[in-house]
Ligand binder design. Sequence first.
Ligand code: SAM
Length: 233
Amino acid sequence: MFINIQPIGKIHTPYKEKFAIPRQPGLAKSAQGKIIFLEEFNYPNYLRGIEQFSHLWLLFHFHQTADKGHSPLVRPPRLGGNQKLGVFATRSTFRPNGIGMSVVEFVAVCYRDKQLTLTVKGVDLLDGTPIVDIKPYIPYADSIPLASAGMAQNSPAMMAVNFTEEAHRQLNKLEPRYPALGSLIREVLSQDPRPAYHKDSHSDKTYGMTLFDLNIQWQVINQQNVVLTIQII
Ligand code: SAM
């Protein structure tokens, strides 16, 4: 039996590559996403009443890794990449059907120039991700405060983030064009996006990530992330 699933829209986010995207929504609260609805769903009626919900579930397709298939066992980064768990015991992107789910904060609905958009915050989705469904987050059913979650019980440890004077100057120049850029860089880097096998090294390697059309370079100095440069690509 096959099920046909049709995307309802596409989300635009600051994350142009997988590297450095936080592993779950809400870890970078400033990461804003705008869903552009496809023609068939481009009617405000589809979203009528949605503003009464502060948070929404986005269901989406892990489109960038979909062609890599899946296997029954995966290595969660949370376990340092050394241990294997069943794919259904993880939130891995490499899974049958490639369906992802993220709770995000509602920001606004807009219908302008005959285009319906929904803006949300706290996304962990790559730019261009196909959205297949949207549902309201319902606290009495979706929040289970005493739930246990093994390796993922607590949010990941955070690292301090500092800016060199040069990076600070660049940030001040860019922030009028990229609102909340400083917060976004801080939130993303506080998650320590380095691959697990780099985390114990004391090298002075310079790392780079892309947010919007900006290349951001940083080094890890005394276990703190130091942003060196922020440049338009
Ligand atoms: N919150 C979702 C879930 O639990 O289903 C996603 C969790 S998954 C571990 C988060 C990672 O998915 C991000 O760090 C990013 O690397 C990756 N990702 C986000 N959007 C993607 C896409 N469209 N295709 C492939 N990978 C994606």
